[in-house]
Design a protein around this ligand. Structure first.
Ligand code: COS
Length: 399
């Protein structure tokens, strides 16, 4: 079961911090998800890109939230972290498949929005935003996961452009995406300073790849590059400066992985509260047991702390905090929210007993779904490394 009624997530006035309009927006997104997206998610093939679902999110304006336009209708180059987190938390509390499909469009296309030429932006962003083109972010390799700067996919000079040789792995939306943002080595031996970002259409000759099955069905796989020609105009940012494009993209998206985790955690907490309030045991209700109510209290408290970290990180991003501050807050939000969600979902299962493990149960679904969030876009250990480094060089802005 990949969908559920959805938590209200309502919080009393006067407490942190989402405005009434933002809370209203969350409810609107949940409503769209419950009524329109859940049936499309269920009709899709688990583990494959769900194009009808993406098109529906385009038609309902949800994907456009990732790619805002200025008041004159021009495509803005700035994403809005708060809107991204609001979309992700509210979708996650109803349907994880819709949530992930939306997030991957943003992650795949953001390097283009941030650093692409006007031509590339005009070619791809409108199609990604209306759900007719599928985007993917291709950074990881078999020998370069946490140590992203070790990547070796080669970009060899070829006349005015380059040819790409090698393989990416663990790439969400691969091999079905239409446009890949690919990080490749243009200067051998130069570590992070020899990486260039490219926008590579999947239709280009020499692009291939295979699907990989994970514990929770997910569109993910490898992408292979066999002498794939890329042009100068397809460079995102500057040659040899692509590592920063990747890192800035992750700075934006990591808090939103936290928002995804908060949405799933809230759904699990809601389920646990409602179950323990009605399940009879030992002559009363489960919730009457102090061990149970204390477990629920810990879940609720840590979830709320996660939410605060997530929205604080998003608001730091949107309000133009220093790059250093953004990076640190982004890492803290992802670390704490994903670790918390794993704990909350696990505890919710403990409170449900064996019924929480039955295939198709909401909690069984969330248990499988939450695991990857502590690994992708930087494992928890990497987030701790980033936070730890920030403590020792607080005054240096390295960007
Ligand atoms: N924003 C902009 N630039 C950044 C940055 C950021 N957040 N973080 C690092 N950089 C820049 C640095 O300033 C440095 O630039 P200069 O060479 O010009 O000084 C360069 O990038 C290299 O930075 P650093 O030396 O910190 O790189 P490291 O190899 O030590 O490691 C970590 C950086 C560990 C943070 C990085 O490899 C990482 O995030 N790993 C996880 C990767 C990941 O999330 N993979 C999942 C893929 S998506 S599912």
């Amino acid at each position: 079961m990949a969908s559920y009624s959805g938590s209200t997530g309502e919080r009393p006035k006067g407490l942190f911090a989402l405005t009434e309009q933002q809370q209203w927006r969350m409810e609107e997104v949940r409503e769209i998800a419950r009524n329109e997206l859940v049936p499309l998610a269920h009709a899709g093939d688990p583990g494959a890109v769900n194009r009808p679902l993406l098109r529906a999110m385009g038609q309902r304006g949800l994907l456009q939230g990732l790619f805002p336009k200025s008041s004159s209708g021009q495509q803005s180059r700035e994403a809005q972290a708060m809107e991204l987190c609001i979309l992700r938390e509210s979708l996650a509390s109803v349907n994880t498949e819709a949530e992930t499909a939306l997030a991957l469009q943003g992650l795949g296309a953001y390097p283009i929005l941030q650093s692409g030429s006007q031509e590339i932006v005009d070619e791809w962003i409108p199609k990604v935003a209306d759900g007719t083109a599928v985007a993917a972010f291709a950074l990881s390799e078999t020998g370069a996961g946490s140590d992203a700067a070790a990547l070796e996919l080669r970009a060899d000079p070829d006349g005015n452009g380059w040819r790409l040789y090698g393989e990416k792995i663990w790439i969400s939306n691969a091999p079905e995406a239409d446009i890949y943002t690919v990080f490749a080595r243009t200067t051998p031996g130069a570590g992070a300073r020899g990486v260039t970002a490219f926008a590579v259409p999947a239709a280009r000759q020499g692009v291939g790849g295979e699907h990989i099955d994970l514990v929770a069905p997910h569109p993910i796989g490898t992408v292979t590059f066999d002498a794939v020609r890329v042009e100068k105009g397809e460079v995102l940012g500057e040659v040899d400066r692509g590592f920063r494009v990747a890192m800035r993209t992750l700075d934006l998206f990591r808090p939103s992985v936290g928002a995804f985790a908060v949405g799933m955690g809230q759904a699990a907490l809601d389920a646990a509260v409602s179950y323990t309030a009605t399940r009879e045991a030992f002559g009363g209700y489960l919730a009457d047991q102090q061990a149970v109510s204390h477990a629920l209290a810990n879940m609720a408290t840590q979830l709320e702390a996660s939410r605060l970290l997530v929205y604080a990180a998003a608001s730091a991003y949107d309000s133009g905090a220093s790059p250093h501050e953004i990076t640190k807050r982004s890492a803290m939000a992802k670390l704490y929210a994903t670790e918390t969600a794993q704990f909350v979902i696990d505890t919710a299962i403990q409170l449900h007993g064996a019924r929480g493990l039955v295939q198709g149960h909401l909690l069984e679904h969330l248990y499988r779904e939450v695991r990857a969030t502590r690994i992708y876009e930087g494992a928890s250990e990497i987030q701790r490394t980033i936070i730890g480094r920030s403590l020792f060089r607080p005054s240096q802005d390295k960007k």
